[in-house]
Every structure is written in structure tokens, then in C-alpha cells.
Design a protein around this ligand. Structure first.
Ligand code: F3S
Length: 124
């Protein structure tokens, strides 16, 4: 199993998760992080650390966010390692909780099965 970063990280990138991760599993894009499923040890520290509630254990991933599994694995292959020196995005708080953030990504960074804006992404 792995833990999975989802859409709510996009444009927030608060970077708290990296400081609580005991292994090197986070990879960094310009506006978000993903988890390398080959490195994740399922400690779960990052779930509580994320102010955007963006991270789920694989087996608790909501159906509307299922594309995140492939998204994390694919992008982890091509992105550089994120270190504890990752800087939070300026203005990230303004994006926190907004729906449809995956749709704002360029095609090469988007999930293969983009979710719709209408399906929502907020944790209830
Ligand atoms: Fe993203 Fe949350 Fe980490 S917003 S960078 S998964 S703390």
C-alpha cells in the first residue's frame, strides 16, 4: 500500500508533509507534491500534517479522487526529490479547499482521468 497526494495539494503546496516524512518519498512539481509509491512506508505522518487534507491512505481514497493513484506513480518517476527545504507556495492559502484544481494543470501534469469540477473534492 501507499499514501497518495490528491488534488487539494495543487496550488497550495504547504510542504508540511515533507518535514514529517521519515523517508524520501515526496517528489516536487512547481505547484504540488506527489508521493513515490515505491518509497512510501505507510507511516501516515503526512496525513495529519497536511493543512489541506490532501493526503489519503490508498485504501481510503475517495472514488472521485481515484485518479490520484496513477497521478502520483507516474509523476514520481519524472519529478525531483522533495526535501525538507521545499518552500511553501506564496498565496497557497487562497487555494485551500477550492474544487477543480486538477483541471488547471498543464496536460503533462494532469491526471490521466481528470475528474469534473462538479464531483467536488472536499473531505466531509
Ligand atoms: Fe501538499 Fe499538503 Fe504537503 S498541501 S505539499 S500535501 S502539506
Amino acid at each position: 500500500m501507499t499514501h497518495v497526494v490528491t488534488e487539494q495539494c495543487v496550488h497550495c503546496k504547504f510542504a508540511e508533509c515533507v518535514t514529517y516524512c521519515p523517508v524520501a518519498c515526496f517528489r516536487e512539481a512547481d505547484t504540488f507534491l506527489v508521493i513515490d509509491p515505491r518509497e512510501c512506508i505507510d507511516c501516515g505522518n503526512c496525513v495529519e500534517a497536511c493543512p489541506a487534507d490532501a493526503i489519503y491512505p490508498e485504501d481510503e481514497l475517495p472514488e472521485e479522487l481515484a485518479a490520484a493513484l496513477e497521478w502520483n506513480a507516474r509523476l514520481a518517476d519524472r519529478l525531483p526529490l522533495a526535501t525538507s527545504a521545499v518552500a511553501p507556495l506564496a498565496g497557497g492559502e487562497q487555494w485551500n479547499g477550492r474544487p477543480g484544481k486538477w483541471l488547471s494543470l498543464p496536460p503533462e501534469q494532469a491526471p490521466r482521468v481528470p475528474r469534473t469540477v462538479e464531483s467536488g473534492s472536499a473531505r466531509t
